[in-house]
Design a protein around this ligand. Sequence first.
Ligand SMILES: NC(=O)c1ccc[n+]([C@@H]2O[C@H](COP(=O)([O-])OP(=O)(O)OC[C@H]3O[C@@H](n4cnc5c(N)ncnc54)[C@H](OP(=O)(O)O)[C@@H]3O)[C@@H](O)[C@H]2O)c1
Length: 225
Amino acid sequence: MNKLVCISGCSRGLGRALAVEFSVRGWHVAGAARNSEALDQLKQFLATDHYLQTVDVTNPAQVDTFSSEVIDKLGCPDLLVNNAGIINGNAKIVDVSPEEFSQVLSTNLGGIHNMIRSFLPAMGGNGKGVIVNFSSYWGKSAAPEVGPYCASKWGVEGLTQSLAQEIPPGLSAVALNPGIINTDMLRSCFGEQAASYETPDTWAVKAADCLIGLGPSDNGETIIP
Ligand SMILES: NC(=O)c1ccc[n+]([C@@H]2O[C@H](COP(=O)([O-])OP(=O)(O)OC[C@H]3O[C@@H](n4cnc5c(N)ncnc54)[C@H](OP(=O)(O)O)[C@@H]3O)[C@@H](O)[C@H]2O)c1
């Protein structure tokens, strides 16, 4: 039977590349992002059963509806990939507006909380599954002008550690530091230097190898593909 991966933030970047890679490997794919046009385009690249929905992960009601529909149409995820994220525009903390600070935290951290609240009960009932929360090198280190992003990713590490201690038997939760990959997000903070880093497509091959191999013995770890 085909396994199911559910990926938040699959309209571009790492999430999109993972959706395509998992479909190539025969997995069913559920995915969420805000850009419906990009999701429609992605459908052409998915050969297996899939369900892509316009969802803002900061909106708990939308995430609840999405999870019910995924479980109804495709079943309970074997792998829940909490990838959706944003970065603040490069700026010193003192110059970041409260609105932008709040948006980074509510997307990168609150979005993961919403996904866990909506999917974990069914996954726990199934007695198996892996939850992967996207962190960063900046989940354990820091740099100037990306303070809100660093705060959110350190938060992802803490949230994952706590979740790992609560998670039902048979399941596991890991933080994943993807490395440094040339996406819209990297271009936002690295500018032209981003072009010297690997592409999402090559990254997705090794990331999928790594994710498929995760199990209960990895619970609480931070993984780097
Ligand atoms: N690229 C890197 O080098 C790098 C390094 C370390 C960590 N990461 C982490 O890896 C993950 C993916 O990053 P990326 O580089 O692929 O970034 P990206 O190219 O900017 O893509 C971000 C994805 O997140 C989605 N997203 C953002 N806000 C959302 C929301 N409120 N609701 C639903 N979806 C939302 C975006 O879709 P919509 O705009 O359509 O909603 C998009 O699909 C992030 O968590 C990032 O922090 C990346």
